[in-house]
Design a protein around this ligand. Structure first.
Ligand SMILES: O=C(O)CCC(=O)C(=O)O
Ligand SMILES: [Mn+2]
Length: 215
């Protein structure tokens, strides 16, 4: 299994090659979800993973649930334009200033998403026991019908979506591959929740970046 380390990190500008030619539009009611399984090529992915692992100020927050503090089962970080504060699960995050690596990834996905993101939430899943519970990205500061650009580097993890109301609508499952881009937009966050389950299977560390627009 790949170990977290900083050996592959080279702090130089990486020229990003992206591919939007392979795209899947997911067939889901009340949602607009596009998946680009190989948006970044293999060389880019290795360099990006190493750069992000080394540069990002990773921290382990705790969320408050029924008055008790629980360490989040992953490391996180919040970057963005000054003043773009983010609050979720009782956690308040002030943005750190964009790094060149983050700005490169942001520019690459903005060509596809056709919006300008002003912030990004980063998650580092160290191993299969790190995860993300069911939720929607529907905090008020994200506004109506938010565009979420989700980029993944490293170990491939399952990503599930479930409809909030009608339980007869089947769950949707995706493998978020190394170098993939998932775009969730339109009414998706109103009607659907998503999560990254734990796994017992040995899995490489994974970094996920969800680019957002804080109003
Ligand atoms: O790791 C992922 O793919 C999902 C991350 C996510 O849902 C979030 O940051 O809100
Ligand atoms: Mn989310």
């Amino acid at each position: 299994m790949r170990k977290l380390n900083q050996q592959n990190y080279q702090p130089h500008q990486i020229s990003l090659l992206t591919s939007a030619s392979q795209v899947q539009r997911l067939q889901m009611p009340d949602a607009e979800v596009l998946f680009y399984p190989c948006f970044f090529n293999d060389t880019n992915c290795e360099q990006m993973f190493a750069a992000l692992e080394a540069e990002i100020a990773w921290r382990q927050d705790s969320a408050t649930l029924f008055g008790r503090h629980h360490l989040l089962p992953r490391l996180t970080a919040w970057y963005g334009d000054p003043g773009k504060t983010y609050r979720y699960s009782g956690i308040r995050m002030e943005p750190l200033l964009w790094t060149p690596t983050l700005l490169q990834i942001k520019a690459a996905i903005e060509t596809i998403a056709q919006v300008e993101f002003n912030s990004v939430l980063l998650n580092l899943y160290r191993h299969g026991q790190d995860s993300m519970g069911w939720h929607s990205d529907d905090e008020p500061e994200l506004g109506l019908n938010p565009v979420i650009g989700s980029v993944s580097f490293g170990g491939c993890r399952r990503f599930l979506l479930r409809y909030k109301g009608d339980k007869s609508i089947p769950k949707v499952e995706l493998n978020l591959t190394n170098g993939s881009l998932l775009l969730m937009q339109g009414p998706t966050q109103h009607f659907w929740q998503h999560h990254v389950p734990k796994t017992k299977r040995p899995v490489d560390p994974r970094i996920n970046l969800t680019f957002r627009i804080i109003q």
